[in-house]
Design a binder for this molecule. Sequence first.
Ligand code: C5P
Length: 242
Amino acid sequence: MDQLLIALDVPTGAEAVRLADLLRGRVGGFKIGSQLFTAEGPAIVRTLTTRGDRVFLDLKFHDIPNTVANAVAAATSLGVWMVNVHASGGTKMMQAAVGAARNTANAEGRPAPLVIAVTVLTSMTAAAMSEAGASVPVIDQVSRLARLAQEAGLDGVVASPQDTSVIRSLCGPGFSIVTPGIRGGAAVTSKDDQERTLTAAGAIAAGASYLVVGRPIIAAPDPREAAEKIADELRAALPSQS
Ligand code: C5P
């Protein structure tokens, strides 16, 4: 199930490899975020990419354009399939990220990773945005940053499933939308700390390209069975694809 990405939010490389071995072939890829990367470094990325896994390196780069370009170049050399930056870093920073991905990939003869943008963190409320100086409705800021990312040449955005339909109509069919916050339906867990959730089928119906699912799968008693149930729900929502 190509559209289903697993968040490897675990403290050790050994646990990440155990989960990847369990789920390989049944899911579309694995997301490595700041917890696992900070604990294990690039070795865990290389371990998975050399096994042929698609890795989404979720480090949400946000720095001056030169620094972000160098970080994206390093991620590209690790063979990641997807990497992300904060759209609020601005057009020049996003353009530098895309340029670095393409140039490094060309120089090394490998495919360029998808470069996607975080718009507004799903943990942010209107009050928290206002504190930080953006006194606008969250969806307006999400929409603004999604368009900015698209104009800068990025491949897509990470978004709450509940913002997905607005972004899809704004940015058109070719733009990737990656949605975490999947709960309910086959994702049978508590909401944990996710608030603005949708089911896997609901997110696909809203226009999501990829779903990132963590705890409903990795904390399930049988992660493989949990992944298969969500994949089944996705298949039913996408009858023409696998
Ligand atoms: O366990 P759960 O399914 O909630 O995991 C969702 C994953 O997506 C986590 O790795 C989380 O950090 C990530 N994420 C998110 N919201 C965002 C961006 C990333 O939940 N806006």
